[in-house]
Design a protein around this ligand. Sequence first.
Ligand code: FES
Length: 311
Amino acid sequence: MADVSVGEPAGDESHDQPVARPVKPIDEIIQKALDKALYANGNPVAQHARDFLNGTWLGEPFHAALTDIPVGAWTAAMVLDGLDMAGSGKKLAYAADAAIAVGLAGAACAAVTGLADWSDVDPPARRTGMLHGLLNLGATVLMTTSLVLRKRGARKSGCVASTLGFATMSYAAHLGGQMVYDLRVGVDRTAGDEYPKRFTAVLAASRLHDGKPTRVMHDRTPILLVRRGERVFALAETCPHFSGPLSEGKLVDDCIECPYHSSRFALEDGRVVNGPAVHPLPCLDVRTRKGQIEIRTRGARRLRRGAKSMR
Ligand code: FES
């Protein structure tokens, strides 16, 4: 009798069975291609450009600020068109055309920054983000068509196109809001984390090994400890970008690199060195007493003094 091990394919049957490969969703395929293009084989110039587009220098997503331009300009164009139709003067028609042109310039900038942000967005927001972008593209095409028609003297058709563009943009803006407020894209994932106001022991010093990022808990807040020779650093353990567990990241120079999208944060003060994160990592005061590593909110002493002087 043949000896067949449980769990192993018997004979050549395994060759007959076609292996079904999971089909990747289209949004994932596009996102990976975009990410690869923006990464540009790790070119530092591409990284700087990407940081600029993400808004690392601003401390907020740059895209969110730029989207106000097309929304505001195209809303103004709708009002000006309405006044023009009510017979309030030819100048208003010119102003409406100008507002559409300004909105188009803003939409181009918002599209570039939005693409850079979307290349690092995780599901389920990835699919919503793709729809948001496609709708905005549709709105931009309609607004461009409107401007061309207006310039050719077909004002009524131009107004119809811009009204459709405005409606499309409004729904895209609604999805953008959903991404931020429901799916928490672009928000600081460490907001609301609480750290002790007074020095509190979180780990025996002997258990923190040199060069090994270590996660400890204070109440329900995870904290990252890193020993570098004589120095110990304490920061939030949650990546502000998409909640990556930084204790599973790696140390690169004087930074901790997130395992999810490779943002880098300075150990010294938590500032963002490389995006896509835009919010700095909360940094804590740390000291070693009686063999214990103790942490507290950075500047807690100063804050307490300030609170007393206000009483
Ligand atoms: S979760 Fe995206 S960089 Fe950390």
